[in-house]
Design a protein around this ligand. Structure first.
Ligand code: PEP
Ligand code: MG
Length: 764
């Protein structure tokens, strides 16, 4: 690493400095260098961090601890992370670094400027290694003492548990990973918003500016309908404007927070921007577009007469993940162009992989499954998850798009084909095959995939620069180990965390823990598993669903011997109905939630599955209250996955739900009487059946009337066509599988822009 100062001002940053200032620092530097008015900032370089490690003498001890760590051992991961962070925080910053930082801060403004302090991690061989969001950011920092403290905390956050885990899984050596810290003046915007520098759909030279009062969060989060202005770059005139009724604005509050203020009177309907301001913004947008060579999605802010550009990124970074294909021609179902198709089913998790068949007829067989094999089985169950992690693809006889194998494979980023009916009979142990998880085809032999294609697991991270959508685009998570990949999609939160996968992975039923006096252990497992996901989504909503495991899945576990044998477990003792009748099991879950809330995880919401009557919600809420939960302030909601709950949604709202989320996997099966796991009727499982759509449409409307967030977390939320329909019908948020987030975000953005443009044209 060449000699580099401890502190660099934005204006001093050159392209080659990315390794010292990280992606964030470099992109701000680049914006400043082309003349965009970026808020004042300096960067504490990666070299300053390295000097800190060396000069304080902690470097070796720190890396030695990390090198000995097995990141798959959660307890050890948490404890090493804590120790290493304590180590970084326990030593004094060397005087010369401290001095340079405070000098720079003083130069920013005489009377103490309020700044944001943001981490920007870098790796020596990969300057901008997509570590976004894993390290800390501190807003509203004022004064030298707090600034130095925040910088040191950013450094420590390089060793947060999820950051260590992520790097280990991505193959980064901790010794080669550094961290820069951006210290930037915080803009207290009077007005703010976003703009698209060219027409987002047609590419015409029309700049579309959206703006609202106060901080940009209101527009970005969709909590306010912004004004919409269309500026024609050819005639240099505002050619269209839609002045919205702006009900609220978000403003800074106190030292560190923000608050929502109701707007009244004139400000509600007054135009946010004058024509001159729109023109000024469009001109800046044009500079960015010309520089980067593609239309940009730009965040802006105005204070008094000063215009600031906060961020600029391409509008169309997101493409449908490229699934490896053999040649340019799409494969036909029965005769794939890659070779001889041995068997086919439903493509349940995208990607192509070749390997040796390992047939698993019983969970005992899984010990013979080797890394990189292709697991072939009738249907996966939770005991097989460890083996599912090792294999390169998964093939099942049974199941549809929403079965256990499909959900877990998508989450692991492993290609999967389900519902083949006969793979376990046709395929032979040791045989080499290739699985195409998008088309649902199994080929004989190892078929070569084009080299340029990205593996399924990588696509989510590639699309991390999100298009901004008013409708929140969240992600579904079942396994804590998938939390990082889920967060790397840039999703707006977690719309469904299925905790049964966490519990089923323990191999013992909740009842076993209760009977054996091991309640604390059970609560701890839940607490830690959920915490990993919450930590991956700081400040974003995470809706954790209470247990929803059918009895047949519990039966294989220790303590599951007494589980009733049900004629149809899908219609049986699962979801909230079971928790209400086994209060001990419910109480342990609630205890874990309580501790997480007490630990400051305000972003945790709790969602009840399989409700069919508002009384169930009321009872669950009352039980939580009795156990000490502040239910008035807790975010509690329900899944809408039984037709009765869609029909009675207004009564649920009266009972106090804060949100509702369509579990279409179940809603479809219960509306149409089509078993979702039954491959014999899979062709009759129709997500867009008019009866299903009518139920959904009705529930969305009622939720909107009452201002209750309405969402979807079933598999249909990963289908761009369905999501386009849902956005058109007013859904507030959608939650998709990890692999689907980029294309869902694109579908949402497209539909929203169409709605905006239609409205603008109607008002022209
Ligand atoms: C659903 O039913 O759509 C849902 C998301 O829940 P699960 O798939 O876990 O039943
Ligand atoms: Mg369900």
């Amino acid at each position: 690493m060449k000699e580099m100062p401890n502190v660099l001002w934005l204006e001093e940053i050159k392209k080659e400095d990315i390794i010292s200032v990280g992606g964030k620092g470099a992109s701000l530097g680049e914006m400043a260098s082309i003349g965009l008015p970026v808020p004042k900032a300096f960067v504490v370089t990666a070299q300053a961090f390295r000097r800190f490690l060396v000069e304080t003498g902690i470097e070796e001890a720190l890396f030695r601890r990390l090198e000995r760590l097995d990141v798959d051992d959660n307890g050890a991961l948490e404890s090493v992370s804590r120790d290493v962070q304590d180590l970084v925080l326990s030593v004094e910053m060397p005087d010369h670094i401290r001095q340079e930082i405070t000098d720079a801060y003083t130069r920013m403004g005489a009377d103490g400027t309020v700044v944001a302090v943001r981490s920007s991690a870098t790796a020596e061989d990969l300057p901008d290694a997509s570590f976004a969001g894993q390290q800390e950011t501190f807003l509203n920092i004022l004064g030298e003492g707090d600034l130095l403290d925040a910088v040191q905390r950013c450094w420590a956050s390089l060793y947060g548990a999820r950051a260590i885990y992520y790097r280990a899984k991505q193959g980064f050596d901790d010794r080669s990973v550094n961290i820069a810290v951006v210290v930037q003046e915080l803009i207290r915007s009077e007005k703010s918003g976003v703009m698209f520098t060219s027409h987002p759909v047609t590419g015409e030279p029309l700049t579309i500016v959206e703006g609202s009062w106060g901080l940009g969060e209101a527009v970005v989060s969709g909590s306010v309908s912004p004004d919409n202005y269309v500026f024609d770059l050819r005639s240099e005139r505002v050619v269209d404007r839609l002045i919205a009724e702006k009900e609220i604005m978000i403003v800074p509050e106190g030292e560190h927070g923000t608050k929502i203020v109701d707007l009244s009177g004139e400000q509600r309907t007054a135009p946010v921007l004058s024509d001159a301001e729109v023109a000024r913004l469009a001109t800046l947008g044009k500079i960015a577009e010309d520089h980067y060579g593609v239309p940009q999605d730009v965040e802006w802010a105005i204070v008094g007469d000063d215009v600031f550009i906060l961020q600029s990124r391409p509008i169309t970074t997101i493409k449908r993940p490229e699934i490896p294909r053999g040649g340019a021609e799409p494969a036909e179902k029965s005769k794939g162009t890659l070779g001889v198709v041995l068997v086919e089913g439903q493509g349940a998790s995208p990607g192509v992989a070749s390997g040796r068949v390992a047939i698993v007829r019983d969970v005992k067989d899984t010990s013979a499954v080797k890394d990189g094999d292709i697991l072939v089985t009738k249907m996966t169950n939770p005991d097989m998850v460890p083996a599912m992690r090792r294999v390169s693809a998964i093939v099942t006889d049974e199941g549809g798009m929403t079965c256990h194998a499909a959900i877990v494979s998508r989450e692991l980023g492993t290609p999967a084909v389900v519902g083949t009916k006969k793979a376990t009979k046709i395929l032979k142990d040791g045989q080499i095959i290739t699985v195409d998880g998008e088309k649902g085809l199994i080929y004989e032999g190892a078929v070569e995939a084009p080299a340029a294609a990205a593996p399924a697991g990588a696509t989510a991270a590639v699309a991390a620069a999100p298009v901004i959508t008013g409708t929140l685009v969240k992600v579904n998570v079942s396994l804590p180990e998938a939390a990082q990949r889920a967060a790397a999609t840039g999703a707006d939160g977690v719309g469904l965390l299925r905790i049964e996968h966490l519990i089923l992975g323990l191999a013992k039923t909740p009842g076993w823990y209760i009977e054996h006096g091991a309640e604390e252990e059970f609560i701890g497992e839940l607490y830690n598993g959920i915490k990993i996901v919450l930590d991956a989504f700081p400040g974003k909503p995470v809706w954790v669903r209470t247990l929803d495991a059918p009895t047949d899945e519990f039966r294989n576990m220790e303590g599951g011997e007494g589980e009733p044998v049900e004629h149809n477990p899908m219609l049986g003792w699962r979801g909230i109905r079971r928790d209400l009748r086994t209060p001990d099991q419910f109480r342990l879950q609630v205890e874990a939630f309580k501790r997480l809330w007490a630990a400051g995880y305000d972003n945790l919401g709790v969602m009840f599955p399989m409700v069919n009557h508002p009384d169930e919600f009321a009872k669950a809420r009352a039980m939580m209250k009795e156990w000490g939960v502040d239910v008035e302030n807790a975010t509690l909601g329900v899944m809408i996955e039984v037709p009765s709950s869609a029909i009675l949604v207004e009564d649920f709202i009266r009972a106090g739900i804060r949100f509702a989320s369509f579990g279409t996997n179940d809603l479809i099966q219960y509306t149409l009487a089509i078993d979702r796991n039954n491959e014999h009727v899979a062709d009759m499982y129709q997500p867009k059946h008019p009866a299903v759509l009518r139920l959904i449409d009705y529930a969305i409307n009622v939720c909107r009337e009452h201002d209750v967030e309405c969402s979807i977390c079933g598999q249909a939320g990963s289908d761009p066509d369905m999501v386009t329909w849902l956005v058109g019908h007013g859904i507030n948020s959608v939650s998709a599988n990890i692999d689907a987030v980029p294309r869902i975000r694109e579908a949402v953005a497209r539909k929203e822009r169409q709605i905006l443009l239609d409205a603008a044209r109607r008002n022209a």
